[in-house]
Design a protein around this ligand. Sequence first.
Ligand code: MLC
Ligand code: AMP
Length: 546
Amino acid sequence: MASPLVERLAQLGSSARTAVEDDRGQTTFAALTERALRVRGALLADGGRRGADALANPSSLEGERILLLVPPGAAWVSAFLGVLLAGGIALPLSALYPPAELAWLASDAGVRRLIVGDELAGVAAPIAQGRSVLRVEDLERAAPGPEGALSDIAADDPALLLYTSGTTGKPKGALLTHRNLAVQAELLRAAWGFSEHDALLHALPLHHLHGVVIALMTSLLAGSATRMLPRFDAQRVAAEIARGSVTAFMAVPTMYQRLFEQIDRGGAPGFAAGAGALRLATSGSAALPVTLAERWRDLTGAIPLERFGMTEIGVGLSNPLDPGGRRAGWVGFPLPTVEARITDDAGNASEWAPGDASAWAPGDAPGEAPARPGGAAVARGELWIRGPSVFKGYLGREDATAAAFQDGWFRTGDVAERSSDGRFRLLGRTSVDILKSGGYKLSALEIEEALREHGAIAEVAVIGVPDEAWGERVVAVVVAAPGREAECATGPLRAWAKERLAPYKVPRESIVVPSLPRNAMGKVVKPELVKAIAARGAEGEDPRAG
Ligand code: MLC
Ligand code: AMP
């Protein structure tokens, strides 16, 4: 079967409507498609020129991973689509990553070519190391490349590689196929009522599912306009919303928190009217605190539409478009095509079939999806998901892919509860080592592994402490090598870690302790540490002391 994504892009390709608006101006679907086809042509021609690496098939990159370091905007989208249309796999990364982390990712993904925007040439330079660095501006001026071969791209060909942290030390590259992207975008278009009348305000990072797929692909494939900002900046976002030129906004809870701080500073004139006029405001990637949801409702008349997603499965559960059907603190119902299962501690499973697609027509709240025989009225346990939006596997990690699935179900590692009226809510994670800070998923083990390279650290435990602004705050609890306590204090440790880890993985605090609490097996009892450190914060002590 041919790629449904390519087919949809072809339908949009002649439209004179605005596809992307960035700080350089507006780009129509027709112009964007033309630019993407030129990128495709240049990638194929460049690939074909490289002696030993010559393409076996001159009209397909056949799954070559191409790293993108391009600022958000039309050029990012044309580079991304160009890679996909050439049969390649896009690996979009953040320019905020330090060179060491970018180099590791490029090498894990087997990257031979990078596409960079001029502004980010300096970021790309240290990781070039024998790889070719292509300027997006040059690619967009090339000839469009061989015609007709676009239909050779199959639905199950991988299109996107997103690195996600897990319970192993290093992140794993999740491969999402053309079908995954098309299904996810279509599910959300239908459930959230996107159309060519929409303009989405986009300020999410473009190296994770939320920004690339949930926001950008949904808007783009629905034929909506996407207003792309260079980065999230509360003042800028508040001004755009106040201007009333967008209809939809998607964000992580920390962004809502930042917007309220902006309002409280008196720095968001006209915001309430603009926000109230939005057709849709969604929240995801982390739990939206009920207080924030209610504050948004007081301002706009409706709580944000909260939904649950994950890199490997896309959005699985969503509150309905109809504000009356939403419930604060809950993430809603399985989307059509999504099968959900809850397995309790005793191994008892309840399963729910995909919701009735007609129940997801815009404006309607879905009805009760019947539990299969044996299904409990109220179920609580690990959430498993199955369906066509679930990813293909981790790049080069058959072991990890096999471990992530059981009987064809993807095990999310999230603990969920399903109420008797069919709604789901999340209760936490099965692993204490998976953290969420500002919507970014972090592996405590990955951060510990990096910190252990520091000569002054004898032992370390990384934990997530509940935090109003970030959801969880990353804290390193450290036993220092004798006489080297000063090097383990927050300031010096953060400076050291910033050279090695993406900024949001760097612990916000380091707490030096004489020893770590361990159980009889010698394992650090992290829940105990979290409680102790959260209590210190609550008592108003300086958590940096010690
Ligand atoms: C930035 N910093 C963070 C951080 N983001 N620290 C911890 N956690 C984070 N999430 C650091 C900065 O590096 C900086 O460090 C300091 O905090 C202050 O930075 P800032 O400029 O105030 O922050 P900002 O750059 O504005 O970032 C905040 C944010 C960002 C909320 C805009 O975190 C963000 O874009 N989050 C979205 C993450 C996301 O898209 N997740 C989706 C995953 S997919 P210093 O040292 O300089 O002070 C997924 C599936 C699904 O989860 O369901 O959606
Ligand atoms: P990621 O691996 O970065 O895609 O993050 C996916 C994880 O984010 C999920 O497994 C959940 O733990 C969390 N998540 C996403 N949406 C929500 C939500 N609405 N509420 C709580 N947690 C969420």
